[in-house]
Design a protein around this ligand. Structure first.
Ligand code: AN7
Length: 420
């Protein structure tokens, strides 16, 4: 195993503390000797999990694990019908230990940090990365330092980072500022950087791709749709599919379809131009705070993933995100944070535009749990209705037409009331 620059192909040892190519500044990728990989996981009658596929992961020691991965792949008939496609699955990454897909990367990244002898790990984060880094550092018995953009991180995520004992620092700036600063900090101090620029961390995240194939009976879907922020996840999952194709486990790589928010969509814009480079956005803004990122570091990998898989990119508005979040919650019982709902909103838009065909077998990835961002929920659903402890007061409220807060769509509620 070694590290290779995706641009100039320079090679580095996997024991070096290095995040980008020293020669050209390009992103690094982990390269294995594929002739020596043990593929017996295909025959193991074992549920999916990150470490089920350990032969394709870069860790040589006993991993620091809190049982990550193995998230459900739900078949979503009601949502499929609403959107107008035949076969839709949702891979709910919100059911990882900290409630996001980041745990897959961090179990690998923090294990690697220990293997490299590092005593402090660090990241910048829109929230989920910091929560995840905090729990794995705690389990490993090392220190974690996290930089967060002021005021824009969902409360559940900050709570996690604090409770698990990370040093949590809020900066007066956005994620892109925090990321620049944490890179500088890791250069100056002996801190191990675990943002998705770290190629080992992304190896953990490619197991989302492995699990989808495993859960579909070693077959690939036609398309995978997911939200894109710093663009690590789409790159990692594409790599997972490419490796399985290389082993002839699957015939085709699914079309990688990246969804961004209108207020933070440099990858979408680059794709629209047919470009391989992004133009960074200075003031990203969106209700989906997890993907409020203007200068995604993994853009070169992500754009390759989209072009090479004949995928696409789309942007969605905050309103479309919130509508999709509600549909998923109310039609399928799947509770996700706004960024995750972007995948569903994007799918809906692309079906309406005729880019995605109704007969495609589609997997949407929902990246984070609903409870991450309770303030957003109150903002879009309103507070619960408060009444006296009195049966007539309760009955009056139940027959009130606009009762969104009861968790029932108003039209349905009206009908229920009329039927009585
Ligand atoms: C729920 O935590 O960047 O495109 O610092 O939390 O791989 O960046 C979070 C990203 C999607 C985007 N959905 O993934 C962070 C951070 C959720 C997320 C993304 C994030 P990438």
């Amino acid at each position: 195993m070694f590290l290779e620059c995706i641009e100039c192909k320079a090679e580095y040892s996997d024991t070096e503390i290095i995040y980008t190519c020293q020669r050209c500044g390009g992103l690094l990728d982990v390269i294995y000797d594929y002739s020596k990989i043990d593929l017996s996981f295909q025959k193991l009658n074992q549920p999916p999990s990150v470490w089920k596929y350990a032969s394709l992961l870069p860790v040589k020691r006993e991993p620091i694990s809190i049982k990550e991965g193995g998230t459900p792949l739900y078949k979503c008939g009601r949502l499929a019908k609403q959107i107008g496609i035949h076969e839709l699955y949702v891979k709910h990454e919100g059911l990882n230990p900290t409630g996001s897909f980041k745990d897959r990367g961090m179990t690998v990244g923090v294990s690697k940090a220990l293997e490299l002898g590092m005593k402090t790990v660090a990241c910048a984060s829109t929230g989920n990365t910091s929560a995840s880094l905090a729990i794995y550092a705690a389990k490993a018995g090392i220190s974690a330092v996290v930089l967060l953009p002021e005021g824009k991180v969902a409360m559940g995520k900050v709570a996690q980072a604090l409770m698990h004992g990370a040093k949590v620092i809020t900066i007066r700036g956005n994620f892109d500022d925090a990321f620049r600063l944490v890179r500088e900090l890791c250069e100056q101090r002996d801190f191990y950087l675990l943002n998705s620029i770290n190629p080992f961390r992304l190896e953990g995240q490619k197991t989302i791709g492995f699990e989808i194939i495993d859960q579909l009976g070693w077959k690939s879907p036609d398309r995978v749709v997911l939200p894109v922020g710093n663009a690590g996840n789409i790159s990692a999952i594409y790599k997972g599919f490419s490796e399985f194709k290389g082993f002839d486990i699957i015939d085709e790589i699914p079309r990688m379809t990246g969804i961004q928010s209108e207020g933070a969509c440099p990858i979408f814009n680059a794709f629209k131009r047919g470009d391989t480079k992004i133009v960074p956005e200075k003031n990203p803004e969106t209700v989906a705070s997890a993907i409020r990122i203007g200068d995604p570091v993994n853009a070169p990998k992500a754009l390759r993933a989209i072009y090479d898989s004949k995928g696409t990119a789309e942007k969605v508005s905050d309103e479309e995100i919130i509508e999709a979040q509600k549909s998923l919650a109310r039609l399928e019982g799947i509770g996700v944070e706004p960024a995750s709902a972007a995948s569903i909103a994007g799918l809906k838009k692309l079906v309406e535009k005729g880019v995605i065909q109704p007969d495609e077998r589609v997997v949407c990835i929902t990246t984070g749990h609903l409870l991450k961002d309770p303030e957003e929920v109150i903002g879009v659903c309103g507070k619960p209705i408060e009444v006296e402890a009195d049966i007539d007061a309760i009955r009056a409220v139940i027959s009130y037409e606009g009762s969104e807060s009861l968790g029932v769509a108003p039209m349905m509620l009206q009908k229920v009331c009329k039927d009585r």
